[in-house]
Design a protein around this ligand. Structure first.
Ligand code: HEC
Ligand code: HEC
Length: 324
């Protein structure tokens, strides 16, 4: 018996030491850096007016809510308001054309690497910046063409990017489960809009990344195989609104009671373009996708109605079944 206690005592001591050691390692290492991946020459597509316009549309829908600073009204970066404090204080970077404080001096290949993998030109992992691993080359190049264009949002702004204040949890996650994504090894091409389901999936996982907010938790999302994210599109991810109150993302699967199974396409279009859901006005951080084409709305709706149903009630379901 004594021996057993001794053994257990030693075991506990080893575990405590290992945990303390890991904690010290994480605390000292912080957010890790990586060797820059050897980028195959980024496909350099000409910055045609069509690409700049497409880039503008994507940036307004997908990047501006995080990167636009309301005071400068440029993409000069700000504190992320919708992240719960368990991640610490995280600030988006200045991505205006300023050569010193923005991305004016970054090459196309450096920007592509950052968007695809999360690794900055200095090697530091931009852990909260979403990985656009599945965005098409065409869309990535269009985004870059827009960032380099002469738009009010991209005007060089000399505000330095704010340093990050990650929580211990975020440091621990970025040393364990949250990792850069690899550069694609082949061309990334979006399905044609005539393939509504394929195109709709692309919009959800590649271009607008609806699934990131609308699956169970940022911590269990899978950027390379989004369908393997926990609770894929079933909602329940906890975010904050502009007043710092909790807002829970909603179930977008086709479950009739807790999801969108009983919605019409017209109701869906009102909700995502103008923030008017049959449940009432939608709060930040749900973006307003006001520039979506009818083709995109149709494809998004068709795809969402096709993903495996999850029954997951979120606060607007109020235990009763959706007033409408
Ligand atoms: C969820 C919020 C969020 C979204 C959406 C987002 N970003 Fe970021 N981005 C960040 C954060 C936070 C950082 C800084 C991370 C760091 O320093 O660790 C960052 C960093 C960057 C950087 C690196 C700049 C530097 O100097 O380090 C670039 C470039 C960038 N983002 C471009 C984009 C583009 C283009 C989009 C849209 C396609 C986008 N981001 C969408 C949050 C976001
Ligand atoms: C930055 C996170 C975020 C992103 C990205 C996002 N959503 Fe949302 N969405 C939310 C939140 C949070 C709510 C709930 C808002 C509320 O409670 O007022 C919501 C609500 C909705 C609703 C209303 C559902 C209901 O039952 O009333 C629909 C529909 C929706 N989102 C669709 C989408 C689609 C489609 C995309 C991608 C094109 C998308 N969302 C991208 C966060 C996000």
């Amino acid at each position: 018996m004594k021996k057993l206690f001794k053994f257990l005592g030693a075991l506990v001591a080893v575990v405590v030491l290992a945990v303390a050691g890991f904690a010290m390692f994480v605390q000292a290492r912080g957010i890790p850096s990586y060797e820059l991946p050897k980028a195959p020459a980024a496909p350099t597509l000409a910055a045609t007016p069509e690409r700049v316009a497409l880039g503008e549309k994507i940036v307004l829908a997908t990047c501006a809510d995080c990167h636009r600073n309301p005071e400068t009204n440029t993409l000069s970066g700000q504190k992320l308001r919708d992240l719960t404090p368990d991640f610490g204080a995280v600030y988006s970077a200045n991505i205006t054309r300023d050569p010193q404080h923005g991305i004016g001096a970054w090459t196309d290949a450096e920007l592509t690497t950052l968007l695809r993998t999360g690794i900055g030109r200095d090697g530091r992992y931009r852990v909260i910046m979403p990985s656009f691993a599945l965005m098409s080359d065409e869309d990535v190049q269009s985004v870059i063409a827009f960032l380099r264009s002469d738009n009010a949002l991209t005007q060089p702004n000399p505000t330095p990017s704010h340093g990050q204040e990650p929580s211990f949890l975020l440091k621990a996650l970025s040393n364990t489960v949250m990792k850069p994504t690899p550069l694609p090894t082949a061309a990334v091409v979006a399905p044609a809009p005539t393939d509504a389901l394929g195109y709709g999936r692309y919009l959800v996982v590649g271009r607008y990344k609806c699934y990131e907010c609308h699956s169970k938790d940022f911590k269990s999302n899978n950027p390379l195989e989004p369908e393997k994210s926990e609770g894929y599109l079933g909602g329940g991810n906890k975010l904050l609104n502009l007043q710092g109150q909790e807002v829970v993302s909603r179930n977008l699967t086709s479950d009739a009671e807790t999801g969108l199974g009983d919605w019409t396409e017209a109701q869906f279009a009102q909700a995502i373009k103008f923030g008017m859901s049959p449940h009432g006005p939608l709060n930040y951080p749900m973006p307003k996708y006001s520039q979506l084409t009818d083709e995109e709305v149709k494809a998004l709706f068709a795809y969402l109605q096709s993903v495996p149903k999850l029954r997951n009630a979120t606060p607007e379901d109020k235990g009763t079944i959706a007033a409408r």
